[in-house]
Write a protein that binds this ligand. Structure first.
Ligand code: HEM
Length: 452
């Protein structure tokens, strides 16, 4: 029998998806929920048309192909990253190609575990300040949890970057980052792609971004004169040298990396903490078991990085929380070449979306996906699962450089706060996710506090 000729991807059909006249459905819900709905209806590869065709990829094998096996074929040259780059410049998140590779090589050692583990003192000190503040609250007083979590994670990232030098400008910086972080999908954010357009939003953006650049340049200049704390991240970045060329970073690159770390490293961890408290409140049996583990191992003191090995349930709770509420709900890539996944053609130039929100609910790997169950991450069960079915920090060469720091911070903050307080969400308040870059509660999360 003659062998059948190899099928070229050009002969394959495009992936299935909704007809154009169903696009209005996209506006009825949020992007991650819309994509999840399409995946349940059409399967693991879906194509839908928004302003342009979007290819949603939801099988862990294909995700591995994009993020790891063939990663150079999938770039970040997409509209989302171009908008974010107006704020982050050419920092690690938005950079691409050889420039990105050089910067990642330079910065990877700064985030090695042996450095990150030394941040436990800063994390615990910043959490202790929040504990002191919470102790002053009346039992019926409303505390906006997402704001307090954001405050503590901002303090952690800025102190680990700059030492105490940041304190004088911290409030101004929080205000600036809030504005820059708000709704990057808004029209005004798209307009920043055309900075020469004389619209008020562009002038405002330029003013705010200019001020942020000045503050960061000022702090770096102080570091060059010996300011900051020994071993802080900015000192390490200033000392970092490329192994091949012996060169360090210039001032503009340093500024972009610092702004990137501040933004990437603060809202994400705050979001994870906020949703974890929320889910513990919905699942009191999980909270009880977790608090019992903390009491047994720590007996009321804050956790150090070395304690975490003795606190397996704490990690499982955080992992399960980020499964259901992944702080980064999805990422985008552009295919530079034509390719095929699962029998479907993906054209060159296609915009690909990997949606952690739906990947983390894939029924083959996550039975009863909406149920909050930290047992899913018990070591024996986690080991037998596809390693690309759970990607809160993405994967491959462009995985989150701060994953170790984020996990340390989230666990330490939780350990300290949970040993001292019960956190009760205000009954009746609508808790609806708002997926901008991070997946936050749209109307905030008001809570009351009760000392344990
Ligand atoms: C729970 C907290 C966090 C989550 C869920 C998270 C998630 C992610 C994800 C999904 C990516 C990949 C983005 C993409 O491919 O487009 C990423 C990249 C990145 N993250 Fe995080 N992140 C967290 C905390 C942090 C922290 C604490 C830092 C630093 C202080 C940080 C710094 C970065 C940087 C620099 C990149 C770009 C890496 C590269 O492309 O080389 N992140 N993060």
């Amino acid at each position: 029998m003659a062998a059948s000729p190899p099928v070229s991807s050009a002969d394959l059909p495009l992936p299935p998806g909704p007809p154009w006249y169903r696009i209005h459905e996209a506006f009825r819900t949020s992007p991650p929920q819309y994509i999840y709905g399409l995946i349940r209806e059409y399967g693991d590869i879906v194509r839908f048309r928004g302003a342009f065709p979007v290819y949603c990829i939801n099988h862990p094998d294909h995700v591995r192909q994009i993020l790891t096996k063939a990663w150079p074929q999938y770039t970040k040259n997409t509209i989302d990253y171009r908008v974010i780059a107006r704020t982050l410049g050419r920092g690690l998140v938005t950079n691409d190609g050889p420039d990105w590779a050089r910067q990642r090589r330079l910065m990877q050692p700064v985030f090695a575990n042996r450095h990150i583990d030394t941040f436990d003192g800063v994390i615990n000190d910043m959490t202790a300040e929040l504990v002191a503040d919470w102790r002053r609250r009346r039992s019926d007083e409303t505390v906006w949890l997402e704001r307090d979590m954001s405050r503590v994670t901002f303090k952690v990232v800025s102190r680990t970057l700059f030492g105490a030098d940041i304190d004088e400008v911290a409030d101004e910086m929080v205000g600036i980052l809030d504005v820059l972080n708000q709704h990057p999908m808004k029209l005004s954010a798209l307009l920043t792609l055309f900075p020469w357009l004389p619209v008020p939003s562009n002038r405002r953006f330029a003013r705010i971004k200019g001020r942020l650049d000045d503050i960061v340049d000022g702090l770096v200049a102080l570091h060059r004169k010996g300011g900051g704390a020994p071993g802080d991240i900015v000192h390490r970045l200033l000392d970092a040298r490329d192994e091949d060329t012996g060169e360090g970073m210039d001032e503009a690159q340093m500024r972009d990396e610092i702004i990137t770390l501040m933004l990437a490293g603060h809202e994400t961890s705050a979001t994870a903490l906020t949703w974890t408290f929320y889910q513990l409140a919905q699942n009191p049996h999980v909270e009880q078991r977790l608090v019992a583990e903390l009491d047994r191992v720590l007996g009321g003191r804050p956790a150090q990085s070395a304690d975490l090995a003795q606190l397996p349930y704490l990690k499982q709770v955080v992992q399960e929380s980020m499964r259901l509420y992944p702080p980064v709900w999805g990422i985008a890539r552009r295919a530079t070449e034509e390719t095929a996944f699962g029998g479907y053609r993906i054209p060159a130039g296609a915009y690909l979306s990997i949606t952690m929100y739906s990947l983390h609910r894939h029924p083959e790997y996550w039975p009863d996906p909406e149920r909050f169950d930290p047992e899913r991450f018990a070591p024996n069960r986690a080991q037998s699962r596809h390693s690309y079915a759970y990607l809160p920090f993405a994967a491959g060469p462009r995985a989150c450089i701060g994953a170790g720091m984020a996990m340390l911070e989230i666990q330490l903050v939780l350990a300290q706060l949970l040993q001292q307080f019960r956190v009760h969400p205000r009954p009746g308040h609508p808790v609806v996710p708002l997926p901008v870059v991070t997946y936050k509660p749209r109307y905030g999360l008001p809570v009351t506090l009760a000392p344990r």
